[in-house]
Design a protein around this ligand. Sequence first.
Ligand code: KG4
Ligand code: ZN
Length: 385
Amino acid sequence: MAQNESVSVRILGIESSCDETAAAVVADGREILSTVVASQIDVHRKYGGVVPELASREHLRQIVPVVREALAQAGIRLQDVDAIGVTHGPGLVGALLVGITYGKTLAAALRKPLVPVNHLEGHVHAVFLEAHKAGRVPKLPAVCLIVSGGHTVLYEVTEGRAQPELAVPLVSETFQYRKIGQTRDDAAGEAYDKVAKLLGLGYPGGPILDRLAAAANGVPPPVKFGPTKTRGNPLDFSFSGLKTAVLYHVREHPEYAPEIQSREEALARGERKFEQLLPLCSPQTLALVCEFQNAVVRDLVGRTMAAAEELSVESVLVSGGVAANSQLRATFEERGKAKGLEVFFPSRALSTDNAAMIAAAAYFRFRAGEFADTSLNADPSLKLA
Ligand code: KG4
Ligand code: ZN
């Protein structure tokens, strides 16, 4: 391996921690040769959330074709892969086990190293993958917000310690992480999904609420949601109170009921597109959605920028499914400019769960010789820091 720096290291990444079965091939941790994602949204939609047993079963059905497709798109054979990177946590245990078992089997059959990857570290690398496409490298130290359906957490990311003891010196050391804030209850994406459900707007909630909020056109909100106060660590988040406030507001105002029912009927007919649901939303509902989103965005951006200032970092990284939110991106850009801080996001495709980010994170662990053997197990609550 890499005695000669010009020989690229190709890593097959496998991701199955939640409801996306994904495989990708990435060269040298930064060049995406292929990325394939099979989403299970259609399977879980009618339950309004991810059903763990169904997720495992779907991963089992999808894993082989998804890996094959990733190799085909990269134009390489399994034997050409230098290592297999696989997510071993955090996530749903049954879902994780599908990817881990397949990864172990491939690694053993090919006699290639198996590199365990923390899903959250994958999300950090998604930002670097995207920046690399534009020829940029986010400067460290950075503050990183990972915000998805399962996580809302803030890390300080710094350069890893130099490892001169390694036989092959690292091009770039693995990063070091320090957790500086996290949600005390729901993740932000979970709040989006729950609010969408109670308003009869389907699943997942983020993308539709994002677009409906933009359609509110300045109609005054029917209720105001103030800043969320958290005792203790000022960098901690809390979203369950906001979701409950939306619920109480809707319960106290019976005028919402008929339109919610008409949207639920539309969803039952399979009409869940923005264009189909928008005409079924009153201006009051659009304004309510907009106020909910304002509160979420204000909180995410406010605490992240406060952390960035407190730690005097060079850049801000934002990753995870909710990082796809248009208002969140615009607000971060604006606040970043005002503070002279560079803010980095992955593209929408790299924001949500994918395996390119897993292969990217695996590369640096591979270079550091962090391999797993056949005893590798799923760790549903694996921590990054
Ligand atoms: O990262 P991800 O694909 O999976 C998890 O690890 O959870 O994130 C999915 C979450 C869902 O809760 C979804 O509603 C939310 O990300 N999401 C969004 C948007 N797109 C997806 N939330 C707000 N605005 C969006 N545009
Ligand atoms: Zn994720």
